[in-house]
Design a protein around this ligand. Sequence first.
Ligand code: BJW
Length: 224
Amino acid sequence: MRVVVLTGAGISAESGVATFRDSGGLWEGHDVEDVATPEGFARDPDLVHRFYDARRRGLALVAPNPAHAALAALEETLGEDLLVVTQNVDDLHERAGLRRVVHMHGELRRARCQACGARPAWDTDLQGAPPCPVCGRAELRPDVVWFGEVPYALEVIDRALTGCELFVAVGTSGAVYPAAGYVALAAHSGARTVELNLEPSAVSRYFDEVRTGPAVQLVPQWVA
Ligand code: BJW
């Protein structure tokens, strides 16, 4: 069976990575317009670098949880019939052993050069204008997709959604497009659709089945 799993911040919540829209979420103390838009970055690059540098450093303090592990185990069974599409910029899917994962909103552990477009692996701070290892210019920015920018790998994702028989969304609020529209796209293609989330999301009504609870319980149960 061809399966697409869309993951959001909720799958990493119990690893200790803050979600965006829950209380205590990431935007707290930061206006989204200031830290997650190209305009905010142009206005105050130091603030934005500090925000993402802190989150990149925070990755060392967290570890994958049983929900990430369950998806990696599912890949062992399904192989190329599984595609995990994540909106998360953390690396917890990879650290759980998942091999095929599409980061549609980018990755904290990469930088992107605004001069040459390179996306080098990056584990240290970006504040302080380090030079791009490819072209040498000091124009690196976080490799994350901000509001108003086009997410990565949209063609790969659309192809997988059009061809899948089962679509499962885990830990995402359904507040941000295009990901929030994927349930409708998968359903239109004839897939069965299942939502696994702490509470009903903004798009729950489009799913065939909605299971509520923490991802660390729901995902291993669903995979078993
Ligand atoms: C648990 C749990 C537990 C908690 N277990 N569950 C009007 C209408 C439609 C669209 C638009 C519109 N106006 C503007 C737009 C477009 C815009 C958009 O969607 N805006 C909305 C605000 C309406 N979208 C864009 O701009 C996107 N680009 C775009 O559309 O380009 C045009 C285009 C598209 C396609 C083709 C051609 C052109 C880009 C969006 C970029 C989003 N970027 C961010 C920041 C990334 C970097 C960073 O991390 O800082 O991505 S925003 C933020 O939201 C982040 C996330 O990936 C994304 C989604 O959040 P997510 O993962 O759902 O987290 P939360 O916190 O919202 O929800 C967590 C959920 O987990 C909750 O439901 C909890 O209940 C649950 N949960 N604990 C299970 N333990």
